[in-house]
Design a protein around this ligand. Sequence first.
Ligand code: SAM
Length: 224
Amino acid sequence: MLSILSTPIGNLGDITLRAIETLKTCDAIVCEDTRVTGQLLKHLGIEKKELISFHGNTDPGKVDFVLRQLKEGRHLVLVSDAGTPGISDPGYVVVSKATEAGAQIEVIPGASAFLAALSGSGLPINQFVYLGFLPLKKGRKTLIDSFKGEERTIVFYESVHRIERTLLEIGEALKEQPDRSVVVARELTKMHEEFVRTTVRDMPSIAGTITKKGEFVIVIGATP
Ligand code: SAM
């Protein structure tokens, strides 16, 4: 059995009872960084659990190892460093190969940064498009330009290193839609959680003044 299990995105209180029980009773945990998962287990008082590190698509030998373990009837849990495995994180390959191999799968849902950002954004979220991280080079400008015609709310992840540049690029690409809403969600569920609710018009000033610390999700309202 493979349990795909979401972990908190900052606040360690955001873990479900079912997730804790599964982490306690499983045979081993397949994780991105054994130190990060080790810290979560320590917080939960779970000791001596086998951890199998897995770094995504670059690790085909590890996928075969995991598949063999599932075939032997072991109960494995798949986690990422934070949030939901496979959402801009490794995990997809393990799930895909495990289902192909006929392994039993279950999901133990929980936090994901884009869902938290959307729900706090105050923008219409009956329909949205999730873009993960924007490409750094190829296709970046074309994608940002395409936001002009997007009729659904747009949500994507950004790192502290690029937050200023990205906000400036949004301001430039959408300058003909100055009233369009932009919400920048920072450090969700953590001590310095912040929602900056603004518009395209204010992108240059927000890009300059926003606190350049922590993790970010950007949400853009649909085209008017
Ligand atoms: N799997 C994770 C999920 O389900 O949300 C996403 C992992 S991705 C590698 C990490 C990115 O998610 C960060 O760069 C940031 O954009 C976003 N993120 C994760 N935690 C966050 C938080 N607490 N507040 C704001 N953004 C966060």
